[in-house]
Design a protein around this ligand. Structure first.
Ligand SMILES: Nc1nc2c(ncn2[C@@H]2O[C@H](COP(=O)(O)OP(=O)(O)OP(=O)(O)O)[C@@H](O)[C@H]2O)c(=O)[nH]1
Ligand SMILES: [Mg+2]
Length: 329
């Protein structure tokens, strides 16, 4: 009898392990496939080292810059390869291994896992910001789908001047079966529109049982001072509720914009205390090196990357998985 129970338990564990492995493999396979375009430039780099002749460092530098790793990182890598070349002739695999460990080390030194469990006995308030079309609303939907079975979640739309913004978030909320609040914008009959900070404030009080608040803000150009100040106002109002809110203030960046993203990080840092980054659209024409460059320059964790438009196209960022996916695809 005991033996039968034990066998049953063992079978369950094995099945669980197997399904976890399949899940893991599927995500990594998907990551590799989607990073395919980003990784093309890295293949060109490895080709420089395909023959045993002299290394063309000019070409190496040009291609490294094209990956969207910035000048500092490019120089650091070149020096590492030069040092290694003093002791041995360098193969494609050597340079790949060297680049992998270099990139992983930088990402890891600034990494922090996105962990909502650390805010155990408090409401968890996350504010998302970024320029127009960077992927904020889609990222919120993805994160909501990760947590909806764990925390009672409310999506708050603070983009009160654009009815389409409210419609987009409310569409996601409906399809994910999550509560949604836009200050009444969608049913607005008398033309009154609440300010974004009022919507955020009211949203926090909507239902005592809500545990996770995902605050969507409107896209804003960093040069528009009024809109940048508006973000500061939302931040201030949240802090009036509780000095620790928002516990996470996440900047969402469109990965295809390359080195321009550094200015965006600097500008948003001025108006909110950024805690981490999401870089989207890495399944497109972006160059994966921007992830390492952002991490290195701003010392901020990459919480998630976007590799698609569906809610399932998300997983917690792993430096090793990302770098292997990028350089091995
Ligand atoms: N391929 C791809 N498309 C994405 C990704 N993330 C978002 N998108 C698409 O990018 C477009 C803009 O995304 P949104 O989530 O609406 O961006 P937003 O920042 O909320 O935009 P605004 O609210 O207008 O500022 C949509 O068509 C999304 O489907 C991604 O990781 N990969
Ligand atoms: Mg949006």
């Amino acid at each position: 009898m005991i033996f039968t129970i034990f066998k049953k338990k063992e079978k369950q564990i094995l099945e669980q392990d197997a399904s976890q492995n399949i899940e893991k493999k599927t995500w990594f396979q998907k990551l590799k496939e989607r990073l395919g375009l980003s990784s093309l430039i890295f293949h060109k780099i490895f080709n420089i080292f395909s023959s045993s002749g002299d290394i063309n460092y000019d070409e190496f530098e040009t291609l490294l810059l094209e990956t969207d790793m910035d000048y500092d990182l490019t120089r650091m890598l070149i020096e590492k390869v030069k040092d290694l070349s003093k002791t041995q002739s360098i193969t494609q695999n050597d340079v790949k291994d060297l680049m992998k460990s270099f990139m992983i080390e930088i990402l890891e030194s600034n990494h922090k896992v996105f962990d909502l469990d650390q805010y155990a006995n408090e409401k968890k308030v996350i504010m998302f910001c970024g320029i127009n079309g960077s992927g904020k609303t889609t990222s919120i939907a993805k994160i909501a789908s990760l947590y909806k079975n764990k925390f009672k979640t409310l999506m708050i739309c603070c983009d009160t001047f654009r009815a389409a913004a409210s419609a987009q978030l409310s569409f996601w909320a409906k399809s994910l079966e999550i509560d949604f609040f836009d200050g009444g914008l969608s049913e607005n009959q008398d033309g009154k529109v609440l300010s974004p900070s009022t919507v955020a404030y009211k949203g926090l009080d909507l239902n005592e049982n809500n545990e996770l608040f995902l605050i969507d803000t409107s896209g804003r150009l960093t040069t528009n001072q009024n809109l940048m100040q508006e973000l500061k106002a939302i931040d201030r109002v949240l802090k009036k509720k509780n000095a620790s809110y928002p516990q996470e203030s996440i900047l969402v960046l469109d990965g295809t914009m390359g080195q321009n993203l550094h200015n965006q990080v600097e500008a948003f840092k001025e108006v909110t205390n950024l805690t981490g980054l999401i870089v989207t659209k890495l399944d497109g024409i972006s160059r994966g090196g921007i992830i390492v460059s952002l991490s290195h320059k701003h010392k901020l964790p990459i919480y998630f990357i976007g590799i698609g438009e569906k809610e399932s196209d998300i997983n917690f960022f792993s430096s090793e998985e990302f770098v292997n996916g990028l350089l091995d695809s």
